[in-house]
Write a new protein. Structure first.
Length: 254
């Protein structure tokens, strides 16, 4: 298991994942970029809205101007924002295509949740295998940092949904193929099914359920850091297939 650094704690008001450790360099850019993407996806930032100034964003996210510039550049590359020189940065209207297609899923039907989990399995089982053979020590460390964040939040009774999502996205990043993250981000927050029931910052899932999920996460993380692609695929398959079975049991209830 890689050594974990203490890191700098970001303010909770700005922290999507609750208690996630700070990242340096590329990881910090990705963290800020993800928060901005989440704000756009959730509607907190709407098409036509002007982002705060660069100095305002550095204060909001407590990062350097360089990090803000690179995060905005990544949003711009994905056609999420438009830079109007001398005026500011504006949020663009959502584009059609893959992400628009995922919005047609009926999040209120258990059958739709199962469909989404099947799509995730098709993506993430292979992602886990690739991460086992391609991931760098820094990427492996980030996976375990996400795991530790979930553990702390479970102990505190805090919602774990965003940290759970961050764990799976960290594995996608560890494939070193950006398309895996793009596919998972297209699914959105609903990739973690219990997000459909969660409201507020207090965890509503039973402790025994969270303990089971955390154990499954730990098996995936260990297989990746061991460089065992077969075990990593098997662990991810068990995790996602188990989720499918749990939701199928809801359909069978009278």
């Amino acid at each position: 298991m890689p050594k974990r650094g203490s890191g700098q704690t970001l303010k909770r008001a700005d922290n999507i994942t609750g208690e996630a450790p700070s990242r340096k360099g590329r990881n910090l850019v990705e963290t800020v970029g993800r928060r901005m993407r989440d704000a756009i996806a959730s509607g907190a930032l709407k098409p036509g809205d002007k982002l705060p100034t660069e100095s305002g964003l550095t204060l909001q996210y407590e990062v350097s101007r360089t990090v803000i510039r690179e995060a905005i550049a990544s949003l711009r590359a994905d056609n999420l924002v438009e830079v109007r020189h001398g005026v500011g940065v504006f949020v663009l209207a959502p584009q059609g295509g893959l992400q628009a297609g995922f919005r047609t899923v009926d999040a209120n039907r258990v059958s739709s949740i199962i469909e989404m989990l099947e799509v995730r399995a098709a993506i993430e089982i292979e992602a886990a295998g690739l991460a086992a053979v391609r991931s760098s020590p820094a990427q492996q460390e980030l996976i375990f940092e996400c795991l530790e964040t979930i553990k702390r939040q479970i102990a505190a009774g805090a919602a774990t949904i965003e940290s759970d999502r961050a764990f799976h996205l960290a594995i996608a990043d560890a494939t070193n193929n950006p398309r895996f993250r793009e596919l998972l981000e297209a699914i959105g927050k609903q990739m973690i099914p219990r997000s459909l029931l969660q409201e507020g910052e207090v965890e509503i899932s039973p402790p025994e359920y969270l303990a089971q999920i955390q154990d499954e996460h730990a098996r995936i993380a260990r297989a990746i850091t061991d460089g065992d692609d077969s075990a990593a695929r098997d662990a991810m398959r068990m995790h996602l297939k188990g989720s499918q079975q749990r939701y199928r049991s809801l359909i069978r209830r009278p």
